[in-house]
Write a protein that binds this ligand. Structure first.
Ligand code: SF4
Length: 334
């Protein structure tokens, strides 16, 4: 399919009918020449406005347990298997209540509690339960999501019972590339957790990291695998190579490739919340953040990420204001 064809076809099927691009179409978008990139982003922006609306969802994240993870995800400075500078640490309940309050004060509607683990144990689940109870006792109505690794059916039920409304578990990359990224668990194990979450009625949040040595074909494969899952939200991260990890010497994606990926993923996933997550500052900078928000992105994380620093929340909120993009209100999400 030529570039001309893919954008014309996407206008009909994706924009007019809300059907995502197939793998071949995504591949064509990922290789679109620089002079057609503005056209791809403009179409992706039209698609996001048509099928998701104007509002941007704002989220804050907090790490309840940082570092010391037994898994070997090659991009991750929280793995206990690598020489990385992130030390193991737990955050107490008052600290989580404070973080939730500060997040809500930015106007955010989502607060995600994250732990660096293969999967949660009883201690971790008890800590999450206490934190959620304390956040509610603080009068905070923010919606609470969790990201606690691989789950059993019983653990999924426990989280539903705690009132967790969305669960994040990233597939990270295409199935065909996964074993080059992680060896301590499989893509299929991650998929199983995602199916359990989906069947429980919790919203599914599932994305990954681009720029981990995958080919463009594998990037297109990943977008269509995500489309098969039909997640409520897809966080898009761009590799920010961390010292001490096996991926430390990989080069960050170019801004052009990152923007091509944003446009292509939006056309593959017209109705999904597509969130800018880690690595956007390194890969795209301030100008690219604006291009992404005008090219298919409709959600951001404010403040810091788990192991890297983000832009100050005020800079992102000012940019949304300038672009006349309203922050999604809690009433719209209930
Ligand atoms: S990505 Fe998650 S599971 Fe993998 S090493 Fe990092 S914290 Fe552990």
């Amino acid at each position: 399919m030529t570039t001309e064809d893919v954008l014309a076809a996407a206008r009909r099927t994706v924009l007019d009918q809300g059907q995502g691009l197939d793998e071949q179409g995504v591949r064509a978008c990922l290789t679109i020449p620089d002079d057609r990139l503005p056209e791809l982003l403009a179409l992706a922006h039209d698609v996001r406005r048509r099928w998701c609306g104007d509002a941007v969802e704002v989220e804050g994240i907090v790490s309840v347990k940082t570092g010391g993870c037994p898994e070997d995800c090659h991009f991750c400075s929280q793995s206990g298997q690598f020489e990385s500078p992130v030390r193991a640490a737990w955050l107490d309940v008052p600290g989580m209540v404070r973080a939730a309050r500060e997040t809500r004060e930015t106007g955010a509607t989502e607060f995600c509690i994250v732990a660096a683990v293969r999967g949660p144990d009883e201690r971790l689940l008890a800590q999450v339960q206490q934190a959620i109870d304390a956040i509610r006792a603080d009068g905070n109505d923010i919606q609470i999501a969790c990201s606690l690794g691989i789950l059993t059916e019983q653990q999924v039920e426990l989280l539903v019972g705690m009132g967790v409304h969305r669960y994040n578990h990233n597939l990270e990359t295409a199935r065909s590339h996964f074993s080059a990224v992680v060896t301590t668990h499989t893509w299929e194990e991650r998929w199983q957790t995602l199916e359990l979450v989906r069947d429980s009625g919790m919203e599914v949040c599932c994305g990954g990291i681009l720029g981990m040595g995958e080919t463009l074909e594998q990037r297109a494969e990943f977008a269509t695998q995500l489309a098969t899952l039909a997640p409520h939200e897809v966080p898009m991260n761009f590799l920010d190579p961390r010292p001490g990890t096996p991926f430390a010497s990989l080069s960050p994606l170019s801004a052009g490739d990152a923007l091509r990926a944003i446009g292509a993923f939006r056309l593959a996933l017209p109705r999904t919340i597509l969130r800018f997550a880690g690595g956007r500052e390194l890969t795209l900078g301030d100008l690219g953040t604006r291009d992404g928000l005008l090219g298919g992105i409709n959600a951001i994380i404010v403040g810091n990420y788990l192991t890297t620093l983000g832009r100050p929340p005020v800079a992102d909120l000012a940019l949304l204001d300038e672009l006349r993009m309203p922050i999604k209100a809690l009433s719209e999400t209930l």
